[in-house]
Design a protein around this ligand. Structure first.
Ligand code: ATP
Length: 366
């Protein structure tokens, strides 16, 4: 009997995306099914470019067609990807699919370093990435990206409003208070001024089409955090901590803040930074300077994923200070660690988009 496209779709409706727990057809991941005699071809659209399950899903599709349609079918699959979104109301930032807030409880745990490397790692998978330096009292992105002297261009948008052109560096669109005010005057950006400056960053910047907009939040739990969730629908948050007890206690407060009923932003996972130190001359040794296993324990306690562990490495600090984030050192273990972290984050975002409710701007009654 001749094979039909319906036969193929029926078979693929038995192939499950393991992370998302639904079948490929229900998830609209199958496109362009073509049948010509025994030749069957179709496209599978994964939800992240670097899907670790790519091969598994590919093989499951071939198997499904062979078992349920025709064992002699010649199956050709084009595996591609498209970052998903849960956003429906696109009044604010209409071209942005996912907004991720990166927070820490304690200062100095490496939140900005992780954010900068993560932004680049995501961009390197082919995603379109923007980064807002919302750490208004200590903006560090201009230094970390080596664009301290950059000044964004302001132009008139199609509706006559002034729009700020973000600075583009290493394929990432950047906006930081540091571009608008010299570092030494950043201290004046506090309270209501800081909040209104931040709102501008979000709404008056020409971000264009983005798969991910990362928000590098200030440390702690402040008004700024509230402003951010009230200004934009945050897809999810990421908590950066070191394994140290004091850092973990503060990270836990940060995590719980996102879960307050009036904030209600999903926590996508925990990143443990400065997880251990390995001296270059003893590559097999790990020294747990700030303690061991704290990130995993925090993630476990709150039922979220530990997205990655970043070791304490001198070059991470040096590269940050030089404006060339460590991930740019291709082929190194450090670069691979950040690439893996980006993969895990993308995976959590797609799971969140498949299962959690839609993101809305938080409404406050006060
Ligand atoms: N894994 C690491 N290995 C080595 N140095 C690191 C690592 N992570 C961060 N650092 C260094 O630690 C310092 C603090 O990092 P960073 O500025 O990213 O922290 P932060 O949490 O964003 O700080 P703040 O609270 O000021 O916003 C920087 O000098 C940075 O280069």
């Amino acid at each position: 009997m001749a094979i039909t496209t319906e036969d193929v779709l029926k078979a693929l409706s038995y192939v499950e995306e393991p992370d998302l727990g639904k079948d490929l057809v229900t998830l609209n991941m199958v496109e362009d099914v073509q049948v010509d005699g025994k030749n069957v071809s179709f496209t599978v659209v994964l939800t992240t470019p670097a899907c670790p399950l790519k091969e598994l899903i590919h093989n499951a599709c071939v198997r499904a067609v062979h078992t349920m349609v025709d064992k002699d079918a010649e199956v050709k699959i084009n595996m591609t990807s498209r970052v998903t979104t849960m956003r429906q109301n696109r009044d604010i930032l209409p071209g942005v699919k996912n907004i991720i807030a990166i927070a820490s409880g304690k200062g100095g745990v490496g939140k900005s370093t992780v954010t900068a490397n993560l932004a680049l790692a995501l961009a390197r998978t082919g995603a379109r990435v923007g980064l807002v330096d919302a750490d208004i009292s200590g903006p560090s992105m201009p230094l970390m990206f080596g664009v301290e002297d950059a000044r964004p261009h302001v132009f008139q948008g199609p509706d006559g409003r002034n729009l700020i052109q973000p600075i583009e560096r290493y394929g990432v669109k950047l906006m930081s208070i540091g571009f608008l005010a010299p570092a030494e005057s950043a201290i004046v950006w506090r309270g209501p001024m800081a909040s209104s400056a931040l709102k501008q960053f979000i709404t008056e910047v020409d971000w264009g089409e983005l798969d991910y907009l990362l928000l590098d939040m200030p440390p702690g739990t402040s008004d700024i955090h509230l402003t951010m969730v009230q200004t934009v629908p945050v897809t999810g948050s990421l908590i950066v901590t070191t394994p140290q007890k004091v850092a973990l206690a503060d990270a836990e407060k940060g995590l719980q803040m996102f879960r307050l009923p009036q904030i209600n932003v999903p926590v996508l996972g925990v990143v443990e930074n400065m997880a251990w130190f390995t001296p270059a001359e003893l590559p097999d040794n790990k020294y747990f300077i700030f303690g061991e296993g704290g990130g995993a324990a925090l993630a476990d306690k709150h039922g979220v994923a530990l997205l990655g562990q970043i070791p304490l490495v001198q070059s991470i600090r040096e590269n940050g200070d030089q404006g060339t984030p460590a991930i740019l050192q291709e082929g190194t273990a450090v670069a691979a660690t950040f690439e893996q972290l980006a993969e895990e984050l993308a995976r959590q975002v797609s799971i969140r988009n498949a299962v959690a409710p839609r993101t809305n701007v938080v409404q406050m009654n006060s």
